[in-house]
Design a protein around this ligand. Structure first.
Ligand SMILES: O=C(O)CCC(=O)C(=O)O
Ligand SMILES: [Fe+2]
Length: 242
């Protein structure tokens, strides 16, 4: 874990839109994350998962037990390097899917601001960091991205929403990995060959000094996480100004 070159990872986000932090959560942590997410699914009546799967938003309100897992120092340091600022959690959510879920979700991005802003920007202003509890693989289901450099124009989609695109990159990671990506990175995800749940959760992040609102911002600094803020200072730093 401590061999990860944070600066090189941040550079990858600037050059191709994403980077992978491999296996930054232990097996024990992975089991803990599954327990929290599955508990939320059960508490909601264990619904079937056609289409996109089971979405949990806002995660901090519906599954506050996820909060401690946001406090991963390697992930926070890498995000800080990308954002060139202290890191603030702006949105938290989860997607659980299984063999009943759609074979491929539609290609999309999360930029939401005027795409003209991409051309002249001097840093990546907002990122996602997805925790792939079960990894991203042929078995568990890959994340697929269309690479972009920081100042590339958003441009038109490279194909149909539900198709595979020439030039795409299939992301493959072991369990407990995190993928950090620019909100402007187009991505999709495919169903795995293995039956069972695929657990994903994570957040959108901005620097504390970059206050631009975004349509996906959701409440993170909520009553449900008060206890975790006291217990986990790195988590606190994500949701409360120090
Ligand atoms: O399921 C995935 O790997 C990606 C889900 C997604 O679109 C996202 O987290 O923004
Ligand atoms: Fe997405």
């Amino acid at each position: 874990m401590n061999q990860i070159d944070i600066k090189a990872k941040a550079q990858e986000v600037y050059e191709k839109g994403f980077c992978v932090l491999e296996a930054v959560y232990t097996e024990e942590e992975q089991a803990g994350m599954r327990k929290v997410l599955d508990g939320c699914w059960v508490a909601n009546g264990s619904p079937a998962m056609p289409g996109f799967g089971f979405a949990i938003h806002p995660l901090m309100v519906k599954a506050p037990g996820c909060a401690p897992y946001f406090a991963n120092p390697v992930v926070i340091d890498a995000m800080s390097e990308v954002l060139q600022d202290d890191v603030r959690l702006m949105h938290a959510g989860s997607r659980i899917s299984n063999e009943d879920s759609v074979e491929q979700i539609g290609w999309h991005e999360h930029y939401a601001w005027d795409p003209a802003g991409l051309l002249g920007r001097d840093k990546v202003e907002r990122i996602l960091a997805n925790i792939y509890v079960d990894g991203c693989s042929e078995g568990s289901g890959n994340l697929i991205v269309y690479p972009r450099a920081m100042n590339d124009s958003l441009g038109e989609p490279r194909g149909d929403s539900g198709a595979r695109w020439p030039g795409e990159i299939v992301v493959d990671t072991p369990p407990g990995s995190v993928v950090i990506f620019c909100t402007a990175l187009r991505h999709t995800a495919v169903r795995g060959s293995r039956p069972g749940f695929r657990h994903l959760f994570g957040g959108h992040y901005q620097g504390w000094n970059y206050e631009k609102p975004h349509r996906e911002d959701n409440p993170c600094n909520v009553r449900e996480v008060e206890r975790y803020k006291e217990q986990f200072l790195r988590f606190r730093s994500l949701v409360a100004k120090t």
